[in-house]
Design a protein around this ligand. Sequence first.
Ligand SMILES: NC(=O)c1ccc[n+]([C@@H]2O[C@H](COP(=O)([O-])OP(=O)(O)OC[C@H]3O[C@@H](n4cnc5c(N)ncnc54)[C@H](OP(=O)(O)O)[C@@H]3O)[C@@H](O)[C@H]2O)c1
Length: 311
Amino acid sequence: MNYLWEGLLNLKSSISAYNDSIAFCYLNLDNGAIAINENLSDKTNQLLLVLNEEMVIPEKQLAIRIVDNRQLIFFNEEQLATGTKLFLQQYLPYCFLSIVAKEKERAIVVAHFAQTLDGKIATENGDSKWIGNKENLQHAHRMRALCNGVAVGSKTLEIDAPKLTVRHVTGTDPLRIIIGNPPPVFDSLLESSTAAIHVFCSRNLEELPNINYHYLPSENGLICPNEILKKLYQLDIHSVYIEGGASTTSHFFERNAVDILQLHIAPILFGSGTNGIQLPVINQVKQGKLFDEYHFLPVGDSIMFTGFCTK
Ligand SMILES: NC(=O)c1ccc[n+]([C@@H]2O[C@H](COP(=O)([O-])OP(=O)(O)OC[C@H]3O[C@@H](n4cnc5c(N)ncnc54)[C@H](OP(=O)(O)O)[C@@H]3O)[C@@H](O)[C@H]2O)c1
């Protein structure tokens, strides 16, 4: 799996730096080499990734057609080991986030929660360590490596003191983003990595060295998510992994600023506590939020729901 992971990291960085339109890419499953819009010299065990919808896929070629930069259609998949296919289903779509970001001129948002069977992400007193299993922790670190930025709300910074690094996988630590007006409690971030820290705030704060502050207009204390995402894009951040808490992610979700939602569903019930996604009350089932595409994949002894929101 290591070469596959290295290959996906290569693919994500190369796609992000590529400025022309991409018709196809090759990924060598044996050594992680990649090529964009051209062939690989070593043709053994290569996976063709086709983005141009008119391109014909050669017979017997192991290939994936990428529809709308996110939906995967496999060809000749019997050539793939089950674990490799699952890994590609789980992580390949995130290699194309830069393409969408360039179209929308804003950072693309993937939001993640580890939640209980009854949708809780913390107990009444704020404890959330750990609702997810160890595979979910590794998953979150992979996602941090595939995104350019990782974000949490100011309360999560205060309560959880997260490090927001990729220490459980290989890859580069993302830029760390705090949303809100946190007290100066950045030790967990400063001590764990030299990756930049950016705070998007609405009030004047006591500024610390090594922290980048962005003051944005707000309404009732809330900054418009799109303004944060446009500013991140200007900073060359094409994708951001939002890891909660409930109010931060819910506000992004309500304002249609979540592109992909990942819910790790753990086999535990609280019966009380904090709901992950909190939205205005609806009265009819048909008013519930549906997803353009979704899948459920295993993560250790639990499952991960991944929903692609309306474009
Ligand atoms: N299970 C999980 O996956 C998971 C993940 C993360 C966190 N958690 C848990 O979630 C709990 C924290 O959640 P929470 O909802 O209380 O807090 P939160 O979302 O972490 O932080 C809320 C604060 O963020 C700021 N904020 C959020 N959106 C904003 C916006 N659009 N503009 C400006 N500021 C914004 C506000 O800060 P100011 O008040 O400073 O203005 C707000 O009070 C903790 O118990 C934590 O352990 C669980």
